[in-house]
Write a protein that binds this ligand. Sequence first.
Ligand SMILES: NC(=O)c1ccc[n+]([C@@H]2O[C@H](COP(=O)([O-])OP(=O)(O)OC[C@H]3O[C@@H](n4cnc5c(N)ncnc54)[C@H](OP(=O)(O)O)[C@@H]3O)[C@@H](O)[C@H]2O)c1
Length: 285
Amino acid sequence: MKVWITGSKGMLGQDLRALAGHDFEVFESDREVDITDELAVSAYLSKNKPNLIINCAAYTAVDQAETETELNYKLNALGPKVLGECSAKANIGIVHISTDYVLSGNPPDPLTEEAPLNPINAYGKAKAEGEVLLAKANPNHWIIRTAWLYGINGKNFVKAMLNLMRTKEQISVVKDQLGNPTWTCDLATAILKIAKNPKNPGIYHFSNEGIASWHDFAKEIQKQALEKKLLEKMIPVLPIASSEWKSLAKRPLWSAMDKTKIMKNFEVQVPVWQNSLSKYLGLEK
Ligand SMILES: NC(=O)c1ccc[n+]([C@@H]2O[C@H](COP(=O)([O-])OP(=O)(O)OC[C@H]3O[C@@H](n4cnc5c(N)ncnc54)[C@H](OP(=O)(O)O)[C@@H]3O)[C@@H](O)[C@H]2O)c1
C-alpha cells in the first residue's frame, strides 16, 4: 500500500514518515508540493498513485495566525479543500490532522467528536473550516483532532520549557487552560493504525491520556528532566492566569478530548501523557 505524507518535514510528519516505512511504500512531500495548488496536487497524485493521503501540512503558528490571516486561511482551510477534492477525483481516502482548538468547552467532561465546532482564535477558525470543506469534498476522510503536540523534530513546549529552565531564575506558566499533552510518536502510531485498515470514515480524537494545565505540564517536565539529569537545578515554576499572559491568540480554557471512538473503532492505544513524556525525554539531549 502506498501512502503520501504531506508536510513530511514538519514535527509530526518526520515521526510519521519514519514509522510508516515499516508497513507502507511512502511518498512524501513538504513545501515543494504546495497543498493549496490544485494542479501540483493532481499532478503528484497522477504520477505516484498513492492509495491514501495523510495530510500533516498546515500553518501552525497560533499567535501569528491572528495577523497572518491570509496565509493561515490558505493553508488551514483551502489546503484541506484542495486535498479533499483531488483525493476524491483520484478515488482515494485522506487522513487529515486537525486540532483541539476547533473546540472550546467546559469541564468536567472531555469533548467528544459530536461537540459543536467552537473555535475562539483565527487558527482554530481556519482549521474548523478546513475540516468542513474537506469532509464535503471527500466522504472518504479520517479527520484526526489532536492537541498540545511535542516531538523531537520541531519547536514545542517541552523544548521551550527546558531552555527556559536552564537559563532563567524562575518562570511563570498558565494554570487555567486544561488539555492533553501529546507525543507525536503516539499520534503517528494511531494514524498508521487507521491507515492500515481504513474503515468507518469520520472525525476522531486522539491525544495522550490524562488532563493537565500548561503549569502541570511544565512542572512534570521539570521533575522528569531533573531525574534524567537533563536539568542541573530546580527553579520556581509559578502558576499564572491566562489573563496575565500576553499573547495574540485566545486559547480555550477547556479542550480535553474524549478518545473512546478511536479506541473502539481502531483498537488504538492511548498512553498516559506522563509515560510518553518520559519516553520523549529519553531522546532529548
Ligand atoms: N503542534 C501542535 O501543538 C498541534 C496541536 C494540534 C494539532 N496540530 C496539527 O497537527 C498537524 C501537524 O502539526 P506540526 O506541529 O507537525 O506542524 P509543522 O511542524 O508546522 O509542520 C507543517 C509542515 O507543513 C509545511 N508546509 C507549509 N506550507 C506548506 C504548503 N503550502 N504545502 C505543503 N507543505 C507546507 C511546513 O513547512 P514550513 O515549516 O517551512 O512552514 C511544515 O514542514 C497540523 O495539522 C497541526 O494543525 C498541531
